[in-house]
Ligand binder design. Structure first.
Ligand code: AMP
Ligand code: MG
Length: 345
């Protein structure tokens, strides 16, 4: 087993930065940047713009609590989460869940339909096999994959909107909301910041980013940089694009920090449900959308669909843009027709 821990050094740097909280006051509004929190299995940093420092700190704390609560309910790994309760009991009986978890599962089913099955929150049994194979260093057999695939399919999820219940049609099914819950948490955290009195803010949950309202007075716009996905390249880690995303979300699905190696081959954490194998063609997919839930689900789905089908999906959707990067055999970038307006000149 060989799990690459490229992330560790990166996190260490961010955690050092986390010790520094800075704020600045100009033109009657104050911008406060939070420390880096570890939430939902990733790094989270929040910037709040408000009339005074106290309000900005309060908004940051409300956003942090909202993300932590979302994690407590929707985590695949926490045995006491509501999602784990579904995964252990929903084959026996309909499980009653919170409105927010019900909303995320319902949206996952909608995105499953919209993406022709590429986004599938029931992919967990297949994902488990690939995670296992990363531990023992051998790829799953065709038979194992076929058996796991039989336990997947969003059409086997029985939901009741009036009762807020979820039930599995067959035993062995499991839900994994890793491709959408972070985006949802960011959206809820933006709502929490607004309610707490922030005039503006930016939430970055491991590359799932949403900005709203007034940027810090030292900036004209909210901008977000995209790093070169090929960190081994000469200009690795260099910023390759800067996006202006006032009142928008941008999320990136990429295999540059999150991957495992099986038999010498780099394996993505995103599974193509049609073949039950890790998605290969794209190493980075950034999606810009009005909300982070949609951007998150779509960036995962486009990674599965690949360049041609993924771009066709993005072009068919109003108000959604994307930048796709293939890394092999050579780096190639593809941009949707309307993305130019978000690129800082
Ligand atoms: P993201 O980083 O948002 O692209 O999400 C990746 C995560 O989504 C993985 O770690 C899995 O938890 C989950 N996932 C993997 N494949 C799929 C898929 N085809 N549809 C939905 N979620 C997936
Ligand atoms: Mg996603």
């Amino acid at each position: 087993m060989k799990i690459y821990k490229t992330l560790t050094g990166f996190l260490a740097l961010l955690l050092i930065a986390a010790l520094v909280i800075f704020s600045f006051l100009r033109g009657g509004s104050v911008a406060v940047k939070s420390p880096v929190y570890m939430l939902m299995g990733t790094t989270v940093q929040i910037t709040a713009v408000a009339k005074d420092e106290r309000t900005a700190h309060k908004a940051i704390e409300k956003a942090r609590q909202t993300i932590a609560q979302t994690e407590a309910v929707m985590s695949y790994y926490k045995s006491d989460s509501q999602l784990s309760m579904i995964n252990s009991m929903a084959h026996k009986k309909a499980v009653k869940i919170d409105a927010e978890l019900f909303e995320v599962i319902s949206k996952s089913i909608e995105f499953n339909k919209l993406t022709g099955g590429a986004f599938d929150c029931t992919i967990a049994p297949v994902l488990e096999l690939w995670r296992q194979s990363a531990k023992n260093g051998t790829k799953p057999t065709q038979e194992q994959l076929a058996q796991a695939k039989a336990k997947t399919g969003s059409d086997k999820l029985i939901i009741n909107a009036a009762e807020h219940t979820v039930k599995f049609a067959i035993e062995g099914m499991k839900l994994d909301l890793g491709g959408i819950a972070k985006g949802y948490a960011v959206d809820k955290a933006v709502d929490a910041m607004r309610s707490a009195g922030a005039n503006g803010g930016l939430i970055d949950a491991g590359g799932d980013i949403r900005c709203f309202g007034t940027p810090p007075s030292s900036h004209k716009n909210w901008t977000v940089g995209l790093q070169n996905p090929d960190i081994t390249a000469e200009n690795g880690r260099a910023m390759i694009r800067k996006f202006v995303i006032n009142d928008m979300a941008i999320t990136t699905s990429g295999d540059y920090y999150r991957f495992v190696v099986v038999g010498g081959e780099k394996i993505s954490h995103i599974i193509d449900p049609s073949i039950s194998k890790p998605a290969k063609q794209l190493c980075s997919v950034s999606v810009i959308a009005p909300d982070a839930t949609a951007a998150d689900a779509l960036s995962t789905a486009v990674t599965v669909l690949g360049t041609e089908k993924g771009m066709a999906l993005i072009e068919s959707l109003d108000g959604i843009e994307a930048m796709l990067i293939e890394c092999h055999p050579q780096e190639k970038t593809f941009q949707s027709s309307g993305i130019e307006k978000y690129i800082e000149k």
